[in-house]
Design a protein around this ligand. Structure first.
Ligand code: LLP
Length: 384
């Protein structure tokens, strides 16, 4: 079985489960993003901090030249601490609290992505009271469904996110009039783990027609933020360690008609960090059932909840064995029947003490870890 290369000899003294981060792969990924966008100065790439806010990764990403896309006051703080410049931080979220809005104003972030007329009024009030003008973009719901899991599709009309597109002109006029805000542009996001570039073409076409509408109505457009969503290969992390950024950026270059003097902002999360992370877990027991066998491991849904929450597939490799392949259900110790990493996994023969790598876990893994069952939060090992 094709496996990733892991410095297993260094894992001996580490307490499992832990996150293994390949920082060289992360740098290679950042370098690819840079090389795909350096010739297009109007493309500004932000990293969606929600995918993984580990400070070591954040510092690499800031040093790699990306801006930050934050969804809470905590993420804004983490981004600034990691070295992102406030002028490169955008802030989205359907429920920004007053304290978070004030923190963002104080920090001097570059953009509030506003999700409702009600929020726009509050931001204006708070900013005006502080003698400031908050830079705002309006998050418009483009009513486009990406072909991905229903829990991670965000651009459909019935989602909680964004301003309905029928209300766009009214809210934009409001933004132009309110004293505490300065209108800067439009924001969109259609979903996550998108591999079909036609979904992004559909987004571009929708944005182009909205821009035409606004222009006809004599309204300004400003910058366009197209959100994130580029997917990764969960099936073949060894063959496709770096996502297809070339096709992704090329799609927007070809299909988005940019008004003169404006920029396109991207908010990529998963595609930046997924492949550089693996959850390393130890086999505790091989348990024989009546019709199948289980590899019971010490990692669980509290370190990586994606399989339990979305039925997401993560490839698993046995790093300690070259024995013949056998079929196992790989399960964790948490008292939930959904605490299963993978059913019918093909693994080299497992024995107690073997180390398993659960791959492509750098995005929405550590960031979504919990302390359920009073389990400790996972630690991390960095391959520099
Ligand atoms: N921008 C906005 C407004 C978003 O809502 C998201 C993700 C992103 C950017 C980054 O999207 P990405 O490039 O990572 O696809 N926990 C789920 C994914 C939730 C995504 C939420 N929004 C998972 O584990 O699959």
């Amino acid at each position: 079985m094709l496996k990733g290369s892991f410095p297993v000899e260094k894992f001996g003294g580490l307490r499992t489960p832990f996150y293994y981060y390949d920082l060289r792969l992360l740098r290679r990924t950042l370098e690819t993003i840079r090389s795909c966008t350096e010739a297009i100065p109007e493309f500004k790439v932000h990293y969606a901090v929600k995918a993984n806010a580990n400070p070591v990764l954040l510092a690499e990403i800031a040093a790699g030249g990306l801006g930050a896309d934050c969804v809470s006051g905590g993420e804004i703080r983490a981004a600034v601490e990691a070295g992102f410049r406030p002028g490169d931080i955008v802030y989205a979220g359907v429920g920004k609290s007053d304290a978070e809005i004030l923190l963002a104003l104080e920090t001097g972030i570059s953009r509030f992505n506003v999700e409702s007329a009600a929020e726009l009024e509050v931001i204006s009030e708070l900013a005006a009271a502080a003698g400031k003008k908050a830079p705002v973009s309006l998050r418009i719901n483009p009513d486009i469904g990406a072909h991905t899991h229903s829990n991670i599709t965000t651009g459909l009309a019935e989602n909680k996110f964004g301003i309905n597109y029928e209300q766009m002109e009214d809210v934009l006029r409001m933004a132009l009039e309110l004293p505490g805000v300065e209108y800067k542009g439009l924001h969109f996001h259609i979903g996550s783990q998108i591999l079909d570039m036609m979904d992004f073409v559909a987004l571009c076409n929708r944005v182009n027609s909205l821009v035409d509408e606004l222009t006809r109505a004599g309204l300004p457009v400003g910058d366009i933020n197209v959100g994130g969503g580029l997917g990764v290969s969960y099936e073949h992390p060894n063959l496709l360690p770096v996502p297809d950024f070339k096709s992704y950026f090329e799609t927007f270059r070809r299909h988005l008609r940019l008004p003169a003097g404006t920029c396109v902002h991207f908010e990529l999360g998963r595609s930046v960090v997924a492949q550089c992370g693996s959850l390393i877990s130890r086999v505790l027991y091989v348990k024989q059932g009546t019709t199948k066998q289980f590899a019971v491991v010490d990692g669980s849904m509290t370190e990586l909840i994606r399989p339990a929450l979305y039925k997401a597939y993560h490839r698993i490799e046995n790093l300690s064995s070259e024995g013949p392949e056998e079929i196992y259900d790989v399960v964790g110790p948490v008292c939930e029947s959904s605490d299963v990493f993978l059913k019918a996994a093909h693994l080299n023969k497992c024995s107690r003490g073997d180390l398993l790598a659960i791959r492509s876990a750098g995005a929405y893994g550590e960031a979504m870890a919990s302390r359920y069952n009073c389990r400790p939060l996972p630690e991390a090992y960095y391959d520099r």
